[in-house]
Design a protein around this ligand. Structure first.
Ligand SMILES: [Zn+2]
Length: 143
């Protein structure tokens, strides 16, 4: 008789047992679109719910300053094209200024490895504005 670990309490349970004799966890197949979720252990369910909640909260409340910084990186990358490895400075190295009316000025830099030492770092200033649907568009880009 083969033994395996119970998914819920981690104790040894017979492979043939329909439910765990220690904690009562039932080895059943769950059908339907949420079957995978019902089949999870209680810890797994809490983890999934937490991730969904965090994803939702973060998506809702990304501060505009961080959104502008991320947006400016995308515009700079578009300007540079796909050539070369570009490393952007971190958010704490950038300066993001709220200009009001959903407009932000981002002063930051990026580094390109294929340029010689002193030219490696390129500073840029990007003015972005956010529309009602939350999308960023660039008004000005100097680099
Ligand atoms: Zn068990």
């Amino acid at each position: 008789m083969a033994l395996k670990k119970c998914r819920e309490c981690k104790q040894q349970v017979s492979n043939n047992a329909l439910s765990c004799p220690h904690c009562g966890y039932r080895k059943v197949k769950h059908e339907g679109p949420l079957g995978w979720f019902v089949g999870l252990t209680s810890g797994g369910r809490i983890l999934v719910l937490s991730l969904v909640a965090i994803f939702f909260i973060v998506g809702q409340f990304v501060p505009d300053e961080i959104g502008a910084f991320t947006g400016s990186q995308q515009f700079v990358e578009e300007q540079l094209g796909a050539n070369g490895e570009v490393r952007f400075c971190t958010y704490s190295d950038a300066e993001v200024q709220d200009l009001g009316d959903g407009r932000f000025r981002v002063t930051a830099y990026f580094e390109k490895d294929d340029l010689p030492g002193s030219e490696k770092r390129t500073e840029y200033v990007c003015v972005l504005s956010k529309n009602e649907s939350g999308a960023w568009s660039v008004e000005e880009l100097d680099m």
